[in-house]
Structures are given as structure tokens and as C-alpha cells.
Design a protein around this ligand. Structure first.
Ligand SMILES: Cc1ncc(COP(=O)(O)O)c(C=O)c1O
Length: 381
């Protein structure tokens, strides 16, 4: 487990590393530059050596390993029957919109938010309703509950929660989650909870699955998560849909295999090894990420004072407030002048204008290189 190891990814089919010209350091798309846990690599090798690659079905051992994981990390006890496999969390929540709502129905989201969540309601012919997060003076985002309830009361059918929140880095508290669940239950709104970053939580914070709050919350919720961010295996396209309410499960099952296809056998193999044997890797990786997060925040605060950052509570993503820089587009500026590729805040919604999202899931040396390039570009400008 050497998270300092620099691995050339340009020679692979990596989206992150092959999107920008060669001299641009990519600090955008949400995958990390770390090797997967050794047991995952070994399990995949063994599976390749087996040599027969027919249609896949999740083995019981995978469900059991997932249930253990949920119980160990979140004290969340669910029935194996609640679990289905989908090829991605985005595919999953889009499928949930189609399955749980009708064309024209209202779907609530909290902006700025992960672009596919932002776009999903419109893309599925539903009406997006925004409950913008409120940005505090310290850079920490909070929920506007009066607005949340007022918007829900307009006839919203489904709420897409993102927790931990991408890009703002919040890990919502029990109190916040309870209030949101209470309002959704009051107005009979389904909750679709994207918890893909649920394992990437820093000291002092605790991830709470919204469905674990109460039996009533469980009945209203479908939760999506995956080993993909946790163990850095996003390219293996294997994620989990968890619905305890048989009504939700039935609605999802009606079109599951026809629309979403078959599980990826390598993804199932990797997921099983990851959940069964990946815990030591995960614990070390989170410590490394947390140190990266602290380094990033300290560097920005000390050396790039015109950029503001708040310490994310989870994920490997930082949200940089560049509105004080005298540039029209921070994304274009740093791409052109620093040769660093970030995610443009604008793609997370209009309230992301003037922000950038940085991915700090990389060796410390890469992070230092990116930040130093930013500093030099600002000094030259
Ligand atoms: C909040 C969130 N949901 C979903 C995804 C992507 O999930 P998948 O690749 O499983 O579709 C990401 C990836 O960055 C994400 O940050």
C-alpha cells in the first residue's frame, strides 16, 4: 500500500488522463490515481485465468460481504433481499426516476450538485426543482429547510439526495437528515439517496444512511452506493441499489435487466474481494486522503489567499471558491495558464459559477505539482 506511488495512467484507456492535452495535469474527474487493493487485483487475475466469461449473477458471498460492510461502518442492518446490482450509480438513479415518477413530475435536487444529478430530471422529461444549498461565510454549505419544505410542498414526487455531497463536501448530520426525511415523509415524497462516497469520511464525521434513520425512512428510500469510489474500481461498472420497500423494489425490478443489462462479472469479482478483504487498504487510504485534504486546505489558505476553501468532511473533492480572482472563467484560466485541468464549477449549476472542483485522490507529489502550477500562474498574471 504505497499511495505515494506515481502510476502512468496515460498509457491506459483512462478518461481522466486522456481528456486534456498531454501537458495538462488532470485534477478533475472523480477517480483516484491509486492502485486497487491487492486482494482485488489477485481476485481479478484468478478470474481471468479461469477463462470462461459467461453471464454473471452476484454470488451470495458478495451480498453477505456488503451487509457486513454496512453493519460495520454504518451500524445499518438490512435484508439481503433489498440488494440489487446496477452498472453504475448514475444509471441507477436515472432508472429510479423512470421507475418511481411519471413524465412531468417534479424532482427536487440541492445545488450546486454533481452534474448528472443536476441534469437527470430534465433528461428524463421530469421537472427539476432546486433547493439551493446556502453558502456560509466560512465556506460551509447548509440546507435551507424553509425552502426545502416550500419546494417539496409544490407537489414534488422524488428527492435526489447526494450524501456525502459532491461537490461541497458535506457529510450531513443526523439532525439534517432527520429533518429532510421528516419533510419527505410528510408529503409522501420518495427519496433516492446517492451515497456513493459513503466510505470516504474524515475524522470527526460519521456517515448516516438516510434509510437507516427509521423504518419509515427506509420504506421511502432507495439508496445507491458502490465499491467504485471506495476501492478505486469505478471502471468495473458495478454498483448497488438498496430498496427495503417491496413496492420500490418491484417498480425497479420491472425494467432492471431489460434497461440496465447484466452485471459485469469482473465487477462482481472485484466487489466481492474488496468488501471481503479491502478494509486494511481502505483504512490506510482514508488516512492518506485526509492528510491530502489537510495539505490542500493549508496550501490554499497560506499561499493562494484569493481562493477560498472549506475543509471537506468527506469525498476526495475540494470546492474552490475563486470568485475573488480577477478572471472571467477560473477553469479556462488555470487550464491555459497553469496547465491544470479541473472541473468547472458552472457544470454543477449556476451557483457554481466562479468555483472549481479539485480531485485530491492522488499521490501527494501530484497534488503539490498541481497547486504549485496554480500558484505560479497566479504570480505571473
Ligand atoms: C455523487 C456521485 N454519484 C455518482 C457518481 C458516478 O457513479 P457511477 O460511475 O457509478 O455512475 C459519482 C462520480 O463521481 C458521484 O460523485
Amino acid at each position: 500500500m504505497n499511495f505515494d506511488q506515481m502510476i502512468d495512467r496515460r498509457c491506459t484507456e483512462s478518461t481522466k488522463w486522456n481528456n486534456y492535452p498531454q501537458d495538462v495535469l488532470p485534477m478533475w474527474l472523480a477517480d483516484m490515481d491509486f492502485k486497487a487493493p491487492q486482494p482485488v487485483i489477485q481476485a481479478l487475475r484468478d478470474r481471468v485465468d479461469h477463462g470462461v466469461f459467461g453471464y454473471g449473477k452476484a454470488p451470495k458471498a458478495l451480498n453477505e460481504a456488503i451487509l457486513k460492510h454496512l453493519s460495520y461502518y454504518f451500524n445499518w442492518s438490512v435484508d439481503s433481499e433489498a440488494i440489487s446490482f446496477v452498472c453504475g450509480v448514475v444509471t441507477g438513479f436515472v432508472h429510479a426516476i423512470y421507475s418511481l415518477t411519471e413524465p412531468g413530475d417534479r424532482v427536487l435536487i440541492q445545488t450546486p450538485v454533481y452534474p448528472p444529478i443536476l441534469r437527470a430530471p430534465k433528461a428524463t422529461g421530469r421537472e427539476p426543482v432546486c433547493n439551493p444549498l446556502i453558502l456560509g461565510d466560512d465556506g460551509k454549505y447548509a440546507i435551507d429547510f424553509d425552502d426545502f419544505e416550500a419546494k417539496i410542498a409544490t407537489g414534488v414526487k422524488l428527492f435526489i439526495l447526494c450524501n456525502p455531497h459532491n461537490p461541497v463536501g458535506r457529510v450531513f448530520t443526523r439532525e439534517e437528515l432527520s429533518k429532510m426525511a421528516e419533510i419527505c415523509l410528510k408529503y409522501n415524497v420518495w427519496i433516492c439517496s446517492d451515497e456513493i462516497h459513503h466510505d470516504l469520511i474524515f475524522s470527526g464525521c460519521q456517515h448516516i444512511p438516510i434509510a437507516s434513520l427509521s423504518p419509515e425512512a427506509a420504506q421511502a428510500t432507495v439508496t445507491y452506493f458502490a465499491p467504485s469510489k471506495t476501492f478505486n474500481i469505478a471502471g468495473l461498472s458495478t454498483s448497488v441499489a438498496l430498496a427495503e420497500n417491496p413496492v420500490i423494489k418491484d417498480k425497479l425490478q420491472q425494467t432492471l435487466s431489460m434497461l440496465l443489462g447484466h452485471p459485469n462479472i469482473f465487477g462482481l469479482t472485484a466487489a466481492r474481494a474488496a468488501y471481503q478483504e479491502g478494509r486494511p487498504w481502505l483504512q490506510e487510504m482514508i488516512s492518506y486522503l485526509e492528510a491530502n485534504r489537510d495539505f490542500l486546505v493549508d496550501f490554499i489558505t497560506d499561499s493562494l489567499p484569493d481562493i477560498k476553501i472549506w475543509k471537506p468532511e468527506g469525498t476526495f473533492l475540494g470546492w474552490l471558491d475563486c470568485r475573488q480572482l480577477d478572471v472571467e472563467s477560473p477553469h479556462a484560466f488555470f487550464l491555459e495558464k497553469a496547465r491544470v485541468g479541473f472541473n468547472d464549477g458552472l457544470s454543477f449549476g449556476e451557483d457554481g459559477r466562479g468555483f472549481l472542483r479539485i480531485n485530491f485522490g492522488c499521490p501527494r507529489a501530484t497534488l503539490i505539482e498541481g497547486l504549485t502550477r496554480m500558484q505560479a500562474a497566479l504570480e505571473r498574471s
